[in-house]
Design a protein around this ligand. Structure first.
Ligand code: ATP
Length: 202
């Protein structure tokens, strides 16, 4: 697609729910978190480089990257962290852009929880923020994952605050409403995005 809408929002805000509703309208998407996982799958050159750099202790028995072990190695080691980011970020960016270019829908979504944190809006034409109050992020995530509130709160604290995120938004979907209402709002955005995509190509 030649027109890219960045879809972001904090943990449990409803990005997946929103992306599914766009998908029902025929809109394709690329998930930045999935791409970040793909580039370190067994057989990828990045995993070979990581293994050479950190040793085989970084691999699980089945040959997959042991993410916890890697996190432990780079935690409190700024040089190692930088080395890893310099290896992975260009690869992730390249693959994201390729997959977005391969999308055949009138416009495509780039789903990224950390879109603004990682400055991925450079690659989007527009930013759509899924917005809910932090209390609702907490309760919905706890309900969905069955995890302790403290764990969710820690992730929440590591992400942009609600006002900071809203400042980066071109469009906002307030996801405190029933799904039927959310769907109606998405229909409206879809009409506008199709129009924007057409105007850009013209
Ligand atoms: P994460 O960043 O943690 O992956 P997410 O932003 O993709 O989360 P979802 O998984 O889409 O968020 O939504 C979080 C939870 O809230 C899910 O269980 C989802 O079913 C529920 N939810 C989303 N939107 C609504 C809504 N409008 N009404 C009720 N429940 C909702």
């Amino acid at each position: 697609s030649g027109y890219i809408v960045g879809l972001t929002g904090g943990i449990g805000s409803g990005k997946t729910t929103v992306a599914n509703l766009f998908h029902d309208l025929g809109v394709q998407s690329v998930d930045a978190d999935l791409v970040a996982r793909d580039v370190v799958m067994p057989g990828e050159t990045a995993l070979v480089a990581i293994t050479e750099h950190f040793g085989h202790g970084i691999l699980q028995q089945d040959g997959q990257l042991d993410r916890a072990a890697l996190r432990a190695r780079i935690f409190a080691d700024e040089t190692k962290k930088q080395w890893l980011n310099q290896l992975l970020h260009p690869l992730i960016r390249q693959r994201l852009l390729q997959q977005l270019a391969d999308c055949t829908s009138g416009y495509a979504l780039l789903i990224a929880p950390l879109l603004l944190e990682n400055k991925l809006q450079t690659y989007t034409d527009r930013v759509l923020v899924v917005d809910v109050p932090p209390e609702l992020q907490l309760s919905r995530t706890i309900q969905r994952d069955g995890v302790p509130a403290e764990q969710v709160q820690n992730i929440l604290n590591s992400q942009l605050s609600r006002p900071e995120r809203l400042q980066g938004a071109d469009d906002v979907l307030l996801n405190t409403v029933p799904l039927s209402q959310l769907q109606a709002q998405i229909q409206q955005l879809h009409q506008r995005y199709q129009q924007f995509a057409k105007e850009k190509l013209a």
